[in-house]
Write a new protein. Structure first.
Length: 113
């Protein structure tokens, strides 16, 4: 019974962590959290470039890399949380099946006696 409680706790915790992560990702995808609003978009090194064409090209590349990296990172976070959630769900289901099987065996033994 202790295993059932522990696996249910792990399953529920991983589900809540997954939902919490999705909420945070949604927040970080708001316009107020865009690349342009972040401190990283105003790097002194890039702003110090005198040639406007070069500066704008570097800013554009910098923005694309930062946005793509953020998307990749968020996807990795979600995939990891989803995998963990599924693992705990399967573990809990296996524990429930094990308990049900032992209950069934007990019921058969009681009928035989």
């Amino acid at each position: 019974m202790k295993q059932i409680c522990q696996s249910k706790y792990e399953q529920e915790t991983s589900e809540q962590e997954y939902e919490f992560l999705k909420e945070h990702i949604a927040y970080y995808n708001l316009p107020s959290q865009s690349f342009e609003c972040s401190a990283i978009s105003h790097h002194p090194f890039i702003d110090s470039i005198q040639n406007l064409t070069v500066r704008e090209a570097l800013k554009k590349q910098f923005k694309e890399v930062a946005i793509q990296s953020r998307i990749t990172l968020f996807n990795m976070y979600l995939k990891s949380a989803e995998d963990q959630r599924e693992e705990y769900q399967k573990k809990h289901e296996a524990n429930v099946k094990k308990i049900n099987a032992s209950q069934h065996t007990l019921n058969k033994n009681e009928k035989l006696s």
